[in-house]
Design a protein around this ligand. Sequence first.
Ligand code: SD4
Length: 333
Amino acid sequence: MANRRSFIIHSFIGALAAGLGCRYGYATHVLAPGMSLPALPAELPVIISTWNHGLAANEAAWQSLLHGGKALDAAEQGVMVSEADPEVNSVGYGGLPDASGKVTLDACIMDSKGNAGSVACLENILHPVSVARKVMENTPHVMLTGAGALQFALDQGFEQTDLLTDAARKAWENWKASGARYAPQANWENHDTIGLLVLDTEASLAGACTTSGMAFKHPGRVGDSPVIGAGLFVDNAVGAATATGEGEVVLKTLGSFLVVELMRQGHSPAKACEEAVRRLATATSVHKQMQVGYIALSKTGETGAFALRPGFQCAVRSAKGSVLLDVPSLFQD
Ligand code: SD4
């Protein structure tokens, strides 16, 4: 998966790596809810996203900002790239189906003002993140699911599309032929949900997260990705976080909210992600093949990430360029 595409990686890895697990220093400030961090860095905007396909998503988010988009627009535009990419088989078009062969999508979006929208178990819509945004902007609700979410999408003018590609259908048929046992594995093809966080030039944060969920999941299963606080959380006074990997344990620990709260207490984004992974490893039963990864972005533009196991990567975009980074992990295998 890491070699799916080749991108030019600009050479500022050292500078970025300093913010990604190699530097675990605690920030000196402790923020009360609603308080802002004191200083902003010169280098805004900053974008961070999950996995190697985050590179292309970041680029689209960057272009959105260049053309006058705000953090929210950039977050949406960024993840739409992965939703439309048939090679990304855990998101949108090309996503691996559930146990019954249906592609069902989960997505959410959150802005700097604490507004949020989400859809779960949505079928036949290419861009669930955009439906989530409509839920946020055009309804008094946060989350719509299943048939109701689809009806809402159609009412809003979205068109139905068959999201099951030949490759995904074949993978499902092979899975069925192999005995149809559901056994999630770390870092294989069912772990590349996109979560993307943006800090724009006005120092506004936003984030989006979108997935087809765990491959061959039980029909009706919803993971962490569309759940505000689990798959994504944004607090414009502190920072933002998003998750990828096995959603059940992220849900049980409300992982992204936890990362942001740890940042509020003074942890750097990297340390907050690490602490949230440690919490998950002690508070839930983590099995040998389980993978979870968090990425975070502070109000000052500092990035961080941490995973349960090796193999997780995150993509960072700033004025200095674009880079894909290997994320440190709790376990080494
Ligand atoms: C889920 N967290 O549905 C998602 C899957 C995922 O990378 O992130 N894969 O549990």
